[in-house]
Design a protein around this ligand. Structure first.
Ligand SMILES: [Zn+2]
Length: 414
């Protein structure tokens, strides 16, 4: 999955957050990172050894917990082997006894995650918390920036993923410095130099297309840096693909070129990069508020109304507040088969479980976050979903004034 949707990212982030909150007693929580190339039979062999060694653990409860965790791991690995399911990026297994309250309340929990990027290194780690760093890095790496440092002699192109800089191209112009010959030959010489400089900028453009166009959907923005005005000549001239030009966030002046220049550019642009995510969120909510103000019937808010519009396929962009904590419950009546769905607001209980058809008590058969429920409908009907934080004025307005649910519509439904 090279392209991760806002909803997938939200779900991935959410599972990581839940895993991060889990704490075991001692070092009984197992995190296992399995690359797609790893032989599963080797893991089973290793787990048998671990099981043998665990007999030496002195504390009876710890021994028991470690042993059950290993058993669960072997069971899971066998299941994965038997299923023969494609796991192109490998998988991550989290297993451990998690205390639910006081002593003796531990329950075995198992979480399998199919990561959005390929796992590179096999890891088997036992600790009092789950080891999440490689997965957290994957989230960061979904935010890729393109960085280029350009002056008349040299250009360096790099990507920035999380905190990792990767230089992808280094070009030199071969444009000689200006001479002072004077007269006719000077003008001819200047023309040659201008032509060479133009060719150099064209070459930079070609390299940038090669590197950035294939990843343009993941590319959050481009920053141009460099001493002097060559970067502006590059930006203002006809050298950049229009889709990449649209992604230029800012240009910054640097003292260095090359890799030092790349670092300097990132440092100087860091404020702009941080703001970018916030700006995108702000813009989306502002678009929603503008529709509300213009009143052409292209907006909708509140769960009930938005759900209806979603199901009609009328929603262009669905805006959901990250702080939305409501649940969507599925109720089923065992007696007569009556089926219903209700939304449970945060901190509220479902008051009435009585079946409207036969007066028996209905059972809650499924529970899902409201965000996921609505996002699923949106995805099925081709609406785009944006999860909005409450860190901005606009984001908190969406949460407070519109119940955290808003939509920009494709057509007027009224
Ligand atoms: Zn019933």
């Amino acid at each position: 999955m090279s392209e991760v949707s806002s909803k997938e990212l939200y779900e991935f982030k959410k599972s990581l957050k839940e895993l991060a909150e889990k704490k075991g007693k001692g070092t009984e929580l197992v995190s296992m990172y399995v690359p797609p190339t790893k032989q599963l039979s080797d893991i089973i062999k290793q787990m048998r050894d671990e099981l043998g060694q665990s007999a030496n653990i002195k504390s009876k409860t710890t021994r028991k917990n470690v042993q059950s965790a290993i058993e669960v791991i072997m069971q899971r690995i066998r299941m994965i082997t038997n299923d023969n399911k494609e796991l192109p990026n490998g998988f991550v297994l989290f297993v451990g006894m998690i205390p639910k309250g006081g002593p003796g309340t531990e329950k075995m929990e198992t979480v399998v995650i199919e990561p959005p990027e390929e796992i590179q290194t096999y890891r088997y780690i036992c600790d009092s918390t789950f080891y999440l760093e490689p997965l957290e890095d994957m989230i960061a790496s979904k935010e890729v920036y393109g960085i280029a440092v350009i002056d008349r002699n040299e250009a360096t192109i790099a990507t920035l993923k999380g905190k990792r800089i990767n230089v992808v191209a280094n070009l030199t112009s071969g444009v000689p410095g200006k001479h002072k010959a004077g007269g006719q030959s000077q003008r001819r010489f200047d023309r040659v130099i201008d032509q060479l400089a133009h060719e150099f900028l064209k070459r930079i453009g070609t390299h940038m297309d090669d590197e950035f166009l294939p990843i343009k959907d993941d590319l959050k923005g481009i920053v141009l840096g460099g001493p002097g005005g060559t970067k502006e000549d590059y930006y203002n001239g006809d050298y950049m693909h229009y889709e990449l030009k649209d992604k230029v966030i800012t240009t910054v002046d640097t003292s260095y070129t090359g890799e030092f220049g790349i670092r300097e550019t990132i440092d100087k642009a860091s404020g702009a990069l941080e703001e970018l995510g916030v700006i995108q969120e702000k813009k989306l909510v502002q678009r929603f508020l503008a529709e509300l103000r213009d009143d052409h019937g292209l907006y909708s808010y509140g769960e009930k109304e938005v759900r209806t519009n979603l199901e009609m396929g009328a929603v262009d962009v669905l805006l959901l507040s990250e702080d939305l904590k409501s649940k969507r419950l599925t109720l089923d009546c065992q007696a007569c088969g009556f089926h219903a769905e209700v939304t449970q607001k945060e901190g509220q209980k479902v008051e009435d479980l009585t079946c409207p058809q036969c007066n028996e008590k209905m059972k809650i058969t499924q529970e899902e976050d409201l965000i996921e429920d609505l996002a699923n409908i949106a995805e099925e009907l081709g609406s785009s979903v944006e999860i909005i934080s409450t860190e901005t004025e606009e984001g908190s307005q969406l949460y407070r004034a519109f119940g955290g649910i808003g939509a920009i519509l494709r057509y007027n439904v009224r």
